[in-house]
Design a protein around this ligand. Structure first.
Ligand SMILES: Cc1cc2nc3c(=O)[nH]c(=O)nc-3n(C[C@H](O)[C@H](O)[C@H](O)COP(=O)(O)OP(=O)(O)OC[C@H]3O[C@@H](n4cnc5c(N)ncnc54)[C@H](O)[C@@H]3O)c2cc1C
Length: 444
């Protein structure tokens, strides 16, 4: 047992200056160099209960860290208590029932590897070092979401430590309203100490990336839009505007085929090639875990990141031209535009079945700013905000809650959409004093 200032845990309790403190307070976004008063390195639900009780009794600011990938750096705080779940790494796959239980310090690459050993997988984030916890609680999209739905559509149950320090179970049959809210309402209602997921059979997949010259963006993005209207659920094609490692601005298409019909898979991929004149192609059959790591190099931890996001329903010529023209003036080669398609199984879940309301949107559009030197902050942030302003005539209502920066109450409301009032009632029930407010906050 470790005890510091009256906080006793099975895991470590770290104070400023102590060995391990600086490593533990590091989060993915290098913009946030914050110093918690204490870091509770939890090893299980008992530690989480102790940390929550301690924070509440001492009226401390609380930051909750799963994988540490919050874009706005909400998983670390200045002063207060950082409840660090990173040491909670257990994963158990039950191949007979096709389910997996995972603790909140698990990263997607770790869960994918355990599931793949049994020929199984579930929808998960597209960068292997992102945490399962924060991503799941926001809704969660990934390669498999047209085939098997969003991450929350595959969530079967959770164990949750509530603001009053109780551990409760939430599922479709137990605390069902809380379970509804956990599937899209973020970290507002408590700290999840265990996630149970449904898994699906999945063998090697066909996918990769095809790049085209940037001036072809309108025809390529318009083509992706058309393809996603007519393709089977087993096929997805994400789109990007980016700078290649050798310095060329390009529009990229990232196709993935997850069905069993190899001819159909080849046909889908070939349709992507024909969207323009490819200048680069890396397509092949690979394990799902390899696909899940394909873009890790574009999200290097501790670089400086900033973002704006929206849903879009159409990749029109005007919208694509706006994005491509703005990208020509991007101040950093690491900046990117990411267009992730929804549809398929994710769109067939009723809007009120989970707290992720926006079931009929067609794309999530993210302007992702990324650079290395703090002296480039101003140039990149203003480029990004100007590009976002220019794009506003072309976007749809709403935004994905996990792709919000620190953008104010109105944007938070628009992320929860019509689910907001129901979520607020749940917040009043489970966290009436707003212990958990370092998040896209629903005020009780
Ligand atoms: C490189 C990168 C790639 C991404 N790719 C995708 C993607 O493919 N699909 C997608 O949907 N999203 C994606 N996202 C967004 C992602 O969903 C969010 O950043 C998410 O918050 C990350 O979860 P985390 O556990 O790593 O983050 P953390 O920073 O640890 O947590 C984020 C927030 O979640 C809450 N939280 C964390 N753990 C718990 C818990 N156990 N209980 C209760 N609340 C908790 C807290 O409020 C915390 O502030 C990506 C983000 C990044 C940075």
């Amino acid at each position: 047992m470790a005890e510091v200032n009256g906080l006793a845990l099975r895991g470590e309790v770290l104070s400023p200056g102590e060995a391990g403190y600086d490593e533990a307070r590091k989060v993915w976004n290098g913009m946030f160099d914050r110093r918690p008063g204490l870091i509770a390195r939890c090893t299980g639900a008992a530690d989480v209960i102790a940390a929550v009780n301690y924070a509440r009794e001492h009226k401390l600011l609380v930051a909750v860290r799963g994988g540490g990938h919050s874009f706005p750096g909400y998983s670390v705080c200045d002063g207060g208590l950082m409840i660090d779940l990173a040491p909670m790494k257990s994963i158990r796959v039950d191949s007979a029932s096709r389910t997996a239980r995972a603790e909140p310090g698990v990263l997607w690459g770790e869960l994918d590897a355990e599931a793949e050993a049994f020929g199984l997988a579930t929808t998960g984030g597209m960068i292997s070092h992102t945490g399962i916890a924060g991503l799941t609680l926001g809704g969660g999209f990934g390669w498999l979401c047209r085939t098997h739905g969003l991450v929350v559509d595959n969530l079967l149950s959770c164990d949750v430590v509530t603001a009053d320090g109780r551990l409760i179970h939430a599922s479709a049959s137990e605390n069902a309203e809380l379970f509804w809210g956990l599937r899209g309402g973020g970290g507002n209602f408590g700290i999840v100490t265990s996630f149970e997921y449904r898994l699906h059979e999945l063998g090697p997949i066909l996918g990769g990336i095809i790049a085209f010259p940037l001036p072809q963006a309108p025809q390529v993005l318009g083509g992706v839009d058309a393809l996603m209207r007519e393709s089977p659920d087993d096929f997805i094609a994400g789109a990007f505007i980016l700078t290649t490692p050798d310095g060329h601005q390009a529009v990229g298409v990232a196709p993935g085929y997850f069905g069993g019909d190899a001819t159909e898979g080849e046909r889908c991929i070939d349709a992507c090639r024909k969207l323009g004149t490819p200048v680069f192609e890396q397509i092949g059959r690979m394990p799902y875990t390899a696909l899940q790591k394909l873009f890790d190099g574009a999200a290097v931890p501790q670089r400086r990141y900033y973002m704006r996001s929206n849903f879009m329903n159409e990749l029109t010529e005007a919208a694509s031209t706006t994005l491509a023209t703005a990208y020509e003036h991007s101040p950093s080669p690491f900046n990117a535009v990411v267009l992730f398609p929804f549809g398929g199984a994710a769109s067939r879940v009723p809007a009120d079945a989970t707290a992720f309301f926006y079931r009929d949107v067609r794309f999530s559009m993210t302007l992702l700013g990324c650079w290395e030197d703090p002296k480039d902050d101003a140039a990149n942030m203003s480029w990004l905000r100007e590009t976002w302003d220019q794009l506003q005539p072309h976007v749809a209502e709403g935004v994905y809650v996990n792709e919000l920066f620190d953008e104010g109450a109105e944007r938070v409301r628009s992320a929860y959409g019509p689910a907001f009032a129901r979520l607020q009632a749940l917040k009043r029930q489970y966290d009436p004093t707003n212990v958990f407010h370092l998040n896209q906050n629903i005020q009780p």
